[in-house]
Each structure stands twice: as structure tokens, then as C-alpha cells.
Design a binder for this molecule. Structure first.
Ligand code: G4P
Length: 278
């Protein structure tokens, strides 16, 4: 295990460009755009192209998976988005919390300035931020499949909710070029990029570097290790050792340790963590 340079990740498969075009065709029907980002990386997971969809629409931004994010930093992000964007509503959201769903419905209805009988809302965002889960929370039952792998294409579909909303479910889309290499790395951490196009060991090493700097206590508790003044490769070894991830005697399995670390972050097992700050 050596310290690596940031891996430059780009991923914009053809089906996303096609989905982007299809969304644009449907836009004239839409009253409210509900944009979903991941509260742990709210800026990196915000597709800049979605601004093209929202300029003449009501716009709600959900910082979803707020239950997995650092609450203090989340509040800073809410303040930042309020100050730096003209988005009408910005909410911390946990798609499994019914109170959040009730609040979201209230906010959507508040934006119904033309008093329409049925508001049409589009749910959009990059892969794996929780769009399907948000939709399921709004329709009150499992209608759309959760946990699809990025890269698996999914069509657009209209769904109705008990609160008289029509929801347009859209596939997760990224944008053609990440100007900042950190964005590609962040999106790989979130599981929003197909995992065959990057080296897991590299992106796990970068994640570990951040966690050691900002969330050392959480690492020590989860993996039952002590960080003391260990360097990064030594921390990696300590995790592998603590979890018994060995290739053979005395040799650690870096691939399995990388996958473990990335999955533990993705699923919130390390703790409430936010990986970028305003
Ligand atoms: P997508 O449509 O945007 O692609 O995302 P999806 O709803 O499929 O959700 C992706 C994963 O995130 C799912 O986990 C889902 O349960 C989880 N998730 C969504 N919203 C929230 C939330 O507010 N809080 C928490 N804690 N988790 C949320 P999964 O089925 O385990 O999929 P995966 O992570 O193995 O891909």
C-alpha cells in the first residue's frame, strides 16, 4: 500500500446523454424540479447541467441521506446554498423519515402558486443519490427499484402520489466533463460512477486520507484500531489486520480492504460524515 496521486476519473456514457435529451423534451410539462444530491458531498453530487432545467421552474433541492452526513456541516451547506443560489427550497432530507416526506409535500404544495389541481414534479439527480427512495417515500409504497447499479439504464416514468402529485422519475445522469479531478473521485466514493472504470485501491486510499484527517475517532471505533501517529499505509494495514483481510501470512489483501472501506462509507457504517465543506 503506497500513497497514491488522485485518480482522474471521467464517466459520461451514451445513455446519459440520451437521457439528458429526453428530460429536456419533457421539461415543458414540469412545474417543480426536485433535485436530489447527497448531503455528504452536496456540491460534487450536484449536476451543474440541471440549472438548464430549472431556470423557469420552481426548484427544490434535497440534501438527501442527511442521516449519514455530519449535522453541523449540513447546516453550513444549507446556509451556503441559501446565500449562493436562487433555489426556492433547500431541505435536509432522509428518504426513510416520514416527517421529512410530510414536510416535502408541504413545501411542494406551497410552490403551487397557480393553484393547479395536480402539480407535475420531476425528480432528478446523479446516480445513487437516492432518487428512487425519495420517490418511494412520496408515493408511500415501493414502486421504483432502489439500489440499481450506476450504468444500468432505466426509462422515465410518471407516478402518482396520494397527495395529488404527478412525479416524473428520471434516470441518474452525470455531465460530460468533471473540471475538477476531485469531483470524479468524490462521485466514485458515493457509488455514482460505474466501479469498473477506476482502481478501488486508489480511491480508497484517498478516502482514508480524508477520514484520518477529519473523522479519526469514527475510524478507531469502527475498525477497533488506534491511529496514534501511523502514516496512511500503516492505517490501511491496521484495518486489514483488524478485519483479518490477509492474502497469506503477513500479506494484507488491499483489494478487499479497499472494498470494505468504500462500502462502509457508502452505507454510513463509519458514522455521520461530510466530505466537503462550503
Ligand atoms: P438512485 O435512485 O438515485 O440511484 O438511488 P436509490 O434510491 O436507488 O438509493 C441508493 C442507495 O441509497 C440505496 O441503498 C438506498 O437505500 C440508499 N438511500 C437512499 N436514500 C437514503 C437516505 O435518505 N438515507 C440513507 N441512509 N440511505 C438512503 P442500497 O439499496 O443499499 O443500494 P447500494 O448503496 O447498495 O447501491
Amino acid at each position: 500500500m503506497t500513497e497514491e496521486k488522485i485518480e482522474y476519473i471521467q464517466w459520461y456514457p451514451g445513455h446519459m446523454a440520451k437521457a439528458n435529451r429526453e428530460i429536456k423534451e419533457k421539461l415543458k410539462l414540469i412545474d417543480v424540479v426536485i433535485e436530489v444530491v447527497d448531503a455528504r458531498l452536496p456540491l460534487s453530487s450536484k449536476n451543474p447541467e440541471i440549472n438548464q432545467y430549472t431556470w423557469n421552474k420552481q426548484h427544490i433541492l434535497l440534501l438527501n441521506k442527511a442521516d449519514l452526513a455530519d449535522p453541523d456541516v449540513s447546516q453550513d451547506w444549507i446556509d451556503w446554498f441559501k446565500k449562493n443560489t436562487d433555489i426556492q427550497e433547500i431541505m435536509l432530507y432522509d428518504a426513510f423519515d416520514r416527517r421529512h416526506k410530510t414536510e416535502l409535500v408541504k413545501q411542494i404544495q406551497r410552490l403551487n402558486v397557480k393553484n393547479k389541481a395536480q402539480l407535475k414534479c420531476m425528480i432528478c439527480g446523479i446516480p445513487n443519490v437516492g432518487k428512487s427512495t425519495v420517490i418511494n417515500s412520496l408515493i408511500g409504497k415501493k414502486k421504483t427499484q432502489v439500489g440499481n447499479k450506476p450504468g444500468v439504464t432505466k426509462g422515465q416514468q410518471w407516478l402518482s402520489t396520494p397527495d395529488k402529485l404527478m412525479l416524473l422519475d428520471t434516470p441518474g445522469i452525470l455531465w460530460p466533463k468533471f473540471e475538477d479531478p476531485l469531483v470524479g473521485l468524490h462521485l466514485a466514493w458515493l457509488g455514482s460512477i460505474k466501479d469498473t472504470i477506476y482502481e478501488k485501491e486508489n480511491i480508497a486510499a484517498d478516502l482514508l486520507k480524508y477520514l484520518v484527517a477529519y473523522y479519526p475517532d469514527e475510524l478507531e471505533v469502527l475498525y477497533k484500531i488506534t491511529l496514534d501517529d501511523k502514516n496512511l499505509p500503516e492505517v490501511f494495514d491496521a484495518i486489514a489486520k483488524s478485519r483479518g483481510l490477509l492474502l497469506r501470512a503477513g500479506e494484507y489483501d488491499y483489494t478487499r480492504t479497499s472494498v470494505l472501506l468504500l462500502n462502509d462509507f457508502k452505507n454510513g457504517r463509519i458514522g455521520r460524515i461530510t466530505l466537503e465543506r462550503p
